[in-house]
Design a protein around this ligand. Structure first.
Ligand SMILES: Cc1ncc(COP(=O)(O)O)c(C=O)c1O
Length: 404
């Protein structure tokens, strides 16, 4: 920050803090600038007061708002809201869980009730079932593919119906128009975690969702090198989400915002390729004698194959495929260990294909009965298909099955 030294020759430390500023180019830089400042300067105390109170727009402090971070949120809002006539706004977060916890706290209060899909990401489940319950927000987990079960769970205190567009790891497709109708009839908001789909496959607000959340760590970032989250909603709800974010503090860092914004440029290309490769991978493994079942909505055997055709663009069904080998837990882990091209690792949505045994990792807190209820076999292995040649991935998985 530049200072104007007082009279006389300033001392060395003052001079070190009064250096010339970087030029502001007249030409448009081809890439977005990264504003790392945590703090913004004002000409007058009145201007400072007006920005802090919200009487005047502007930047003051990076936990509240900062330009690079705002640019990322606005970019995701533009993609999610592309087909809508109304304005859609975004807020960025330091992680997907930062986004989910903030949104759920923003839309509930002690005594409020949430109806959530049973088959959701483990930390979202524990957030709802543990932390939020301690603060007086109760959740009923239901089979979200059964509209009667969702309707039966809704109560006058229900504030949120929560689901994932594509669920982890069974790739269950949520019937978003039906869930939106049930939520709205109850005066509740439909909150959708669309991490597995991304706006390159489905934009849930077009089907009635009120808030869309992403772990941007996954497909949006796309290279397994950046952690972040984002929430998108109409003006009234996003104001509540922003206020909660400012109080809770999970703000995205500017460098991470830059990386995630850059990821958006190749999102459709990557997701199209990953969806296509995942469909080929799923089809090649489905009939193998050592395989009990393969989950991917592109397969006609998938329970929501037809629904995916209605909700998803260009027949894309995402890059995650879950393979249920015969032989239980040990057989599943051994299958993953025999893979040579796919890497055993958590997370998804990156350029490299990753594989993980579900029951001992992402869903380790569920017992056999709960796993069974969620449709997860003890041996299930989840693949996040990357950008490698699909035939190489298929050959690798087939050798791992054949050699079991
Ligand atoms: C569907 C889904 N939502 C949210 C999250 C949490 O995201 P993050 O790890 O960025 O906090 C994950 C992480 O795996 C996820 O798979």
């Amino acid at each position: 920050m530049p200072h104007t030294p007082g009279t006389g020759r300033a001392g060395e430390n003052t001079r070190a803090l009064s250096l010339p500023e970087a030029p502001v180019p007249a030409e448009r830089p081809l890439r977005m600038p990264v504003y790392r400042a945590t703090t913004y300067a004002f000409d007058t105390s009145q201007e400072f007061a007006d920005v802090m109170s919200g009487a005047q727009g502007g930047y003051s402090y990076a936990r509240i708002d900062s330009p690079t971070v705002d640019a990322f949120a606005s970019a995701v809002a533009a993609l999610e809201g592309a087909g809508l006539g109304e304005p859609v706004h975004g807020q960025s977060f330091s992680s997907g869980m930062g986004a989910l916890s903030t949104v759920l706290m923003a839309l509930t209060e002690a005594g409020a009730h949430v109806v959530a899909a049973r088959s959701i990401y483990g930390n979202t489940y524990s957030l709802l079932d543990g932390l939020l319950r301690r603060f007086g927000v109760s959740t009923d987990f239901v089979d979200a593919t059964d509209p009667d079960a969702v309707r039966a769970a809704v109560r006058p205190e229900t504030r949120v119906v929560f689901t994932e567009t594509l669920s982890n790891p069974t790739m269950t497709v949520s019937d978003l128009p039906v869930l939106a109708q049930i939520a709205h009839e109850a005066g509740a908001s439909l909150v959708v975690d669309s991490t597995f789909a991304s706006p390159a496959i489905c934009r849930p607000m077009e089907f009635g969702a009120d808030v869309v959340v992403h772990s941007a760590t996954k497909y949006i970032g796309g290279h397994s090198d950046t952690t972040g989250g984002v929430a998108v909603a109409g003006p009234a709800l996003i104001d509540r989400v922003r206020a909660a974010r400012v109080d809770l503090g999970p703000c995205l860092a500017p460098d991470e915002a830059y990386m995630l914004h850059r990821g958006l440029e190749t999102l459709p290309l990557r997701v199209a390729r990953q969806s296509e490769s995942a469909a080929a991978f799923a089809a090649a493994l489905e009939d193998h004698p050592a395989v009990e079942r393969v989950d991917h909505p592109s397969l006609p055997s998938h329970p929501q194959h037809a629904l995916a055709g209605k909700l998803f663009d260009h027949g894309r069904c995402g890059g995650v495929v879950t393979v249920h080998p015969e032989g239980g837990r040990d057989a599943g882990m051994a299958f993953a260990d025999r893979l040579r091209l796919s890497t055993i690792a958590p997370s998804l949505g990156g350029t490299h294909t990753l594989a993980g045994h579900v029951a001992t990792t992402t869903h380790r807190t569920m017992n056999e009965t709960e796993l069974g209820a969620a449709g997860i076999s003890p041996g299930a292995v989840r693949f996040s298909i990357g950008l490698e040649e699909p035939q190489d991935l298929v050959e690798d998985a087939l050798q791992a099955l054949d050699n079991g």
